[in-house]
Ligand binder design. Structure first.
Ligand code: ZN
Length: 354
């Protein structure tokens, strides 16, 4: 689909307008349906992890910020991934209206987090990943690590700097070792939404201006533990054959769910945290609600069938400390799994290996 913003600026053919009207109607229907029938985390309370009050603050702490946003903390250091607090409403996105960061929502979110993260990792340039980053950078002085196109977008939106990375790059900052990995973006109606820029200059105005660019995933090592994080993907690009302690895998759309089995086969995670499955058009204050295009029961089935690690969920702003693995197996590569993959076998162990 052509970008709505471009269409509104330069005009569409009649057929395009019909497609857009249908698209908007479809999205509005989904929103109304999800508001009417969308469920929260209550049905899955047994999967929701959180530290108990007064728990020791050592270990690698994981806090979910909604959408695909996370804070990781260790030893007084912090790292952000895709921080997005503004939660622009669906109508503004669908109609190509001007969108901008919501400063009050950003302040509400940030007051709960480390004031000076070492870095802000961004998986791609869409508004629900990058829109708030220039403001978050200004307020925290966190260093942006993202693709060249996302760094350029962020700078056009006011960011003072940015570290443009490519798959294969490694950054060591504080206690963190960050490996940049290749990724793909899920398709919506057969196409990556807002995949290409329609303007190379000026500040981004509407959702379509926040174009995807090169999607990235990250492998974060800290405290002898390994965390993989992406925002979704397709079967065309899978994570590395490297065992991790925690796999944060986007599952927003059917493409992501189609590659979930294979992704978990390769990552052999101790814990699996499905991500980007909340309705991110609702404010964070409204609480977690599954998005209209998500299918958590299928995610559950995939994890159960493939013995894909211990499936967990996190609620907004409730911190969970990633348990240390017994022994050091989680820190080594995964030769056993490679053999199994070659033989076409699945995994043997279902229980979390902590
Ligand atoms: Zn996206």
């Amino acid at each position: 689909m052509k970008s709505l913003c471009v269409g509104l600026r330069f005009g569409f053919h009649i057929g395009d307008i019909r497609v857009i009207r249908g698209y908007v109607r479809f999205l509005l229907f989904l929103t109304l349906a999800s508001n009417a029938f969308g469920s929260g985390l209550g049905s899955y309370a047994n999967l929701v992890m959180a530290d108990s009050p007064g728990a020791a603050r050592n270990g690698v702490r994981v806090t979910y910020l909604g959408t695909n946003g996370y804070q990781f903390e260790f030893g007084g250091h912090a790292l952000f991934v895709d921080p997005y607090f503004s939660r622009v409403d669906l109508l503004s996105v669908a109609l190509g209206s001007r969108i901008e960061p919501n400063l009050s929502r950003i302040d509400d979110g940030l007051c709960q987090f480390a004031p000076n993260p070492d870095a802000i990792l961004v998986t791609h340039g869409h508004f629900d990943h990058l829109l708030d980053v220039p403001v978050v950078m200004a307020k925290t002085r966190g260093r942006l690590i993202a693709s060249a196109s996302s760094v350029d977008l962020a700078k056009r939106a006011g960011a003072s700097s940015g570290d443009a990375v490519r798959p294969g790059d490694v950054r060591r900052i504080g206690p963190w070792k960050i490996q940049v990995l290749p990724a793909t973006h899920d398709r919506l109606f057969g196409k990556v939404p807002f995949d290409q820029p329609h303007s190379q200059t000026g500040a981004p105005q509407c959702a379509a201006d926040w174009f995807c660019g090169e999607p990235l995933a990250f492998l974060i090592e800290v405290n002898g533990q390994r965390i993989y994080v992406d925002s979704g993907g397709t079967p065309a690009q899978l994570p590395p054959n490297d065992r991790v302690d925690l796999a944060i895998v986007g599952v927003a759309l059917p493409d992501s769910r189609a590659r979930l089995h294979a992704a978990l086969e390769r990552l052999q995670p101790r814990y699996v945290l499905p991500s980007h499955q909340d309705n991110f058009f609702r404010p964070l204050s409204a609480g977690f609600q599954f998005g209209p295009l998500t299918d958590f029961p299928r995610v559950q089935r995939e994890c159960a069938q493939q013995n894909g690690g211990h499936l967990i969920l996190l609620d907004y702003f409730r911190t969970w400390t990633l348990p240390k693995a017994a022994g050091s197996k989680s820190q080594s590569p995964n030769p056993k799994q490679r053999v199994k993959s070659q033989l076409g076998n699945g995994r043997q162990n279902q229980a979390p290996r902590s």
